[in-house]
Design a protein around this ligand. Structure first.
Ligand SMILES: NC(=O)C1=CN([C@@H]2O[C@H](COP(=O)(O)OP(=O)(O)OC[C@H]3O[C@@H](n4cnc5c(N)ncnc54)[C@H](OP(=O)(O)O)[C@@H]3O)[C@@H](O)[C@H]2O)C=CC1
Ligand SMILES: O=C(O)C1=N[C@H](C(=O)O)C[C@H](O)C1
Length: 285
């Protein structure tokens, strides 16, 4: 990995060389967005773009065969690999990057425990940052949800996410992150992880004839049209409701966050990071 930043703080301003990124899944919705966003930034250069299947150049960037990633990383010498693919490939790409000493930013969702373990292992060799959502507004939503649940821990919680009809995984990675947040706060309020029958239980969808149990968290995934990504957390009780919602306008929101994360990650120590580490106490630009 070539250090591009004398400051060591991840910044690439001040006249230092642009951050060199490698993009996997270049032919995908997010891969294309990342390349276009990088091409519009002076502090980022696309050193390599690869895709599983043949793809025409994107924003003037040639796309190589992902099957040759290991050799291509040596030749291209990127600082960070930026991945938005599928769980089965993202883990493999992260391992390949780690072997090449290249840091990894992955936004891919839908990992099982095995895939997450492979990412964790890669983070022992290189800095690896994983986030289910790179929108700063979702980071703000997470903070608001944690505060709201702490204020009214006994209220019923129902989560609804809506995405385009091409999304494979359900519920979304962001939904799972928000559910972890809700359950973590409620366990903290209860004083210890609820090991008994009162522990939170995720109920995916709802049908049939049965009362809602107090410890349920309803989870609803909608797939329709070209919705970029919407997440609503509803809290209801005591004759009132509170709905906290984020709507992404376009995928540029995610690409901007991912590139900011890549610039922050470069030259960090090998470890496991998330987008909150990038944002620190504030989420604004
Ligand atoms: N963290 C965040 O902020 C965001 C995360 N995401 C996540 O990013 C991922 C990709 O989303 P999106 O770009 O819409 O998906 P697309 O289906 O549009 O693109 C997926 C890309 O990854 C490649 N790919 C998929 N599966 C494999 C595989 N098994 N092996 C090799 N390459 C593969 C595809 O290659 P090919 O062209 O050959 O099929 C394609 O280039 C999803 O997990 C999604 O949830 C999406 C938006 C924001
Ligand atoms: O697939 C998508 O499009 C998105 N996936 C991510 C997720 O699974 O949370 C993030 C965003 O909502 C868009």
């Amino acid at each position: 990995m070539t250090a591009r930043n004398a400051a060591g703080d991840g910044s690439t301003g001040g006249g230092s060389d642009p951050l060199r990124i490698a993009v996997t899944g270049a032919g995908g919705r997010m891969g294309r967005e990342v390349i276009e966003a990088a091409r519009a930034r002076a502090d980022v250069a696309v050193a390599l773009a690869v895709n599983r299947t043949p793809t025409d150049p994107i924003a003037g960037v040639d796309v190589a065969d992902a099957g040759h990633l290991a050799d291509l990383l040596v030749d291209a010498d990127p600082d960070v690999l930026v991945d938005f693919t599928g769980p089965e490939s993202a883990a493999e790409y992260a391992e390949t990057a780690a072997e090449a000493g290249v840091a990894v930013v992955t936004g891919t969702t839908g990992f099982d425990s095995g895939g997450t373990a492979r990412l964790r292992a890669a983070s022992e060799a290189v800095p690896l940052l994983k986030a289910s959502n790179f929108a700063r507004g979702v980071a703000a939503l997470r903070r608001a949800v944690r505060e709201a649940v702490a204020a009214v821990p006994g209220y019923d919680v129902e989560l609804t996410e809506t995405h385009h009809n091409g999304k494979r995984d359900a519920p979304s990675g962001t939904a799972k992150t928000l559910l972890d947040d809700v359950e973590g706060v409620r366990e903290e309020v209860r004083g210890d992880p609820a090991g008994g029958d009162d522990r939170d239980r995720r109920v995916h969808g709802r049908e049939g004839d049965a009362p809602r149990e107090p410890n349920e968290i309803g989870v609803h995934a909608r797939r329709a049209g070209d919705v970029t990504g919407e997440h609503e957390v509803l809290l209801a009780g005591n004759r009132e409701t509170l709905a906290l919602t984020h709507r992404a306008g376009d995928r540029g929101v995610f690409a901007a966050g991912a590139l900011d994360a890549a610039a922050w990650l470069v030259d960090r120590d090998p470890d496991w990071y998330d987008f909150d580490d990038v944002l620190g106490d504030g989420v604004s630009e």
